[in-house]
Design a protein around this ligand. Structure first.
Ligand SMILES: [Mg+2]
Length: 242
C-alpha cells in the first residue's frame, strides 16, 4: 500500500452550510469573564473592603462558581440563585456580609460580560475567508438577548445568516431538536452541513446524532480521542480543511 494516499473525505464532500458554536469556540468566554470580574472588583472598591488582590478574589470566585455549577448540573440549585450565591460566598470569605453587594455584583456580571469583545486568535480573519464560500450560522446554548449582545459587541453578527439560540429553539444542544430546527431555519440539509464547536459532548455528539459532520476545535488538547469527523487545534486550521 506504500505510496497510496487515502482520499480525504473533505475533498469529496461539498459542504455548503457551516454552523458554529459561540462560547469557547469563537467568543473567548474565560478571558471575557475574567475581565468582567476585574471591572467589578474595582467598581465596588473591593480592595478597600479588605480583598487585597484581584487574583485572590478571582480564585475564590472561581472555586465557588465551579462548586455551584456542579450543583446546577445536578439540578440541585436554580440558575438565578447560582448567579448571586457565587458572589455571596466569595464576599463572605472576606467577612463582607453587606446585604445588597452580592446582588449588585451578580447583576453587573450578567449585564457587562456579554459586552466584552475577546475572541480567539484568527476568528475574524478565518470567518472573513469562509463567508465568501459558505453560508455561516450560529447554534448556541444560551439566552437570545445575551448571545445576540455578544455577537453585536464583538463584531461577529455580520458574518452569520442564521443565529439559533437554545432559548429560541426551545431545546439545548445536544438534543436533536435544535439541530433540525437550525437546518430548517438555514434551509440546509444535514449532509451538506458541518458543525464546528469546542464541546465533545454537546456540539460533536449532538451534530453526529443528527447526521451532521463535525469539527472539534480542541484549543487545550483535551480530547485526543475525540470522535469528531475532524479535530483542529485552532480556528484558522479550518482553512486547511475547507
Ligand atoms: Mg462552546
Amino acid at each position: 500500500m506504500q505510496g497510496i494516499q487515502p482520499f480525504r473525505t473533505v475533498i469529496q464532500k461539498r459542504y455548503r452550510h457551516l454552523f458554529f458554536d459561540l462560547d469557547k469556540t469563537l467568543w473567548d468566554f474565560e478571558t471575557n469573564s475574567q475581565e468582567t470580574l476585574r471591572d467589578i472588583y474595582f467598581r465596588y472598591r473591593l480592595p478597600e473592603k479588605g480583598i487585597g488582590s484581584f487574583e485572590i478574589f478571582f480564585d475564590t470566585y472561581n472555586r465557588y462558581n465551579e462548586e455551584l455549577w456542579d450543583l446546577y448540573r445536578r439540578n440541585s440549585i436554580a440558575k438565578e440563585l447560582l448567579r448571586v450565591k457565587r458572589f455571596t460566598l466569595t464576599l463572605n470569605d472576606f467577612g463582607i456580609t453587606n446585604g445588597n453587594l452580592d446582588r449588585d455584583m451578580a447583576h453587573d456580571y450578567v449585564t457587562l460580560s456579554p459586552e466584552k469583545t475577546g475572541l480567539f486568535p484568527g476568528t475574524l480573519s478565518t470567518l472573513e475567508v469562509l463567508k465568501g464560500k459558505y453560508h455561516l450560522h450560529i447554534i448556541t446554548n444560551g439566552f437570545e438577548e445575551v448571545q445576540h449582545k455578544k455577537l453585536r459587541h464583538s463584531g461577529l453578527r455580520g458574518y452569520f445568516t442564521e443565529v439559533i439560540t437554545s432559548e429560541d429553539a426551545g431545546v439545548t444542544k445536544p438534543e436533536p431538536g435544535i439541530f433540525s430546527y437550525a437546518l430548517s431555519r438555514a434551509g440546509a440539509r444535514a449532509g451538506e452541513s458541518l458543525m464546528i464547536g469546542d464541546d465533545e459532548a454537546v456540539d460533536i455528539r449532538g451534530a453526529r446524532a443528527s447526521g451532521i459532520d463535525q469539527v472539534l476545535v480542541d484549543y487545550n488538547n483535551e480530547f485526543p480521542d475525540s470522535e469528531a469527523t475532524y479535530r483542529i487545534a485552532k480556528l484558522s486550521e479550518l482553512l486547511d480543511l475547507l
